[in-house]
Design a protein around this ligand. Structure first.
Ligand SMILES: Nc1nc2c(ncn2[C@@H]2O[C@H](COP(=O)(O)OP(=O)(O)OP(=O)(O)O)[C@@H](O)[C@H]2O)c(=O)[nH]1
Ligand SMILES: [Mg+2]
Length: 303
């Protein structure tokens, strides 16, 4: 692996959306994601500038047990399930799109949810990943629908105990599932998350409201990947909400003003009704709205 590669660890409790977030950043469904405990192995995904696609699976002793020059989700699912495999490396050439090419030279490390009580190996895998990359920042995914759990507190304390100086950026995922009619607005949830994290010793945490699933769907559409019926419905619903309140999540984010301003500038066009519905321009603005662009700028800043 290139010496200049920068690593970013993605951590969270089970099903918060780590793999979905990585897939969204990549713009395709490479890693297995789902509601059951899904990620069982550490997966390192490197976005390469001039790289050829490649994938390698490692045994528990570190030797290569399988390799491939094509990247397919089915292969990843098989390795993720195999007892023989302890981790895998994937190199993916960048697609040339702006967001994707920004990721060139970075390795995103997907980790299993460390709170899986049915399988202690997930916690061990997670702890060894934290120990292996003490200088790399962590992108910690909080689940907005399960905020403030003891599981998250335990994982965050584990990180702090192992490496108190490790930088963490927090994505507050699944904000699409908040029910605004019941007063569950993003700003309020960011403030709840902020208090919760301060109680765990992380003061003035950077917290970005995020909709990883919708971001992935929009990116798939931009990459001309066919969408299923459920995905089309989700995209339609979320685009409607976006057109009504384009600044909703941007205003709620607890991040430096300059980052907010950049995104705001792009979103202003929407509020002035200048974009054609479902155009590429609108989908790009929607990706900004989901929080994905802010997450990637922030994490690359600190990596
Ligand atoms: N509503 C909603 N669901 C999401 C979002 N992001 C991910 N999900 C769903 O949440 C479920 C879990 O997502 P994963 O990406 O597998 O979560 P994970 O953290 O990788 O889970 P483990 O690997 O099992 O620890 C999947 O069904 C996703 O489709 C989101 O922004 N909104
Ligand atoms: Mg996962």
């Amino acid at each position: 692996m290139n010496k200049k590669t920068k690593f970013i660890l993605v951590a969270a409790s089970m099903s918060a959306g780590k793999s979905s977030l990585i897939n969204a950043l990549l713009g395709k469904e490479l890693l297995p994601a789902g509601n059951e405990a899904t990620t069982a192995k550490v997966a390192r995904i490197t976005v390469g500038a001039k790289a050829k696609p490649s994938a390698k699976a490692y045994s528990h002793s570190g030797s290569i047990v399988a390799s491939s020059n094509t990247l397919c989700a089915e292969q990843m699912r098989t390795w993720n399930r195999s007892d023989e495999v302890s981790a895998f490396d994937v190199v993916i050439p960048h697609s040339g799109s702006k967001l994707h090419s920004m990721l060139a030279g970075y390795t995103l490390i997907d980790t299993p949810g460390a709170n899986n009580n049915r399988d202690d190996r997930h916690k061990e895998q997670f702890i060894s990943a934290i120990k292996a990359y003490p200088k790399s920042p962590i992108l910690y995914v909080l689940n907005a629908t399960q905020l403030g759990t003891n599981d998250d507190a335990e994982i965050i304390r584990t990180i702090r105990d192992i490496n108190p100086r490790q930088r963490i950026i927090f994505a507050l995922n699944k904000v699409d599932a908040l029910d605004e009619e019941k007063g569950e607005n993003a700003k309020h949830y960011v403030s709840l998350a902020s208090t919760y994290l301060a109680n765990l010793g992380y003061y003035n945490a950077k917290i970005i409201p995020l909709m990883a699933q919708s971001a992935l769907i929009a990116k798939k559409s931009l990459n001309q990947i066919d969408l299923g019926r459920t995905e089309r419905n989700i995209l339609r619903t979320e685009l409607e909400r976006f057109r009504e309140h384009p600044f909703h999540f941007n205003s709620a984010a607890a991040v430096p003003q300059v980052l907010k301003k950049n995104v705001r500038k792009r979103l202003t066009k929407i509020s002035k009704g200048k974009m054609t519905e479902m155009s590429r321009e609108e989908l790009h603005a929607f990706v900004d709205y989901t929080g994905l662009s802010t997450v990637s700028s922030l994490i690359m800043d600190v990596a």
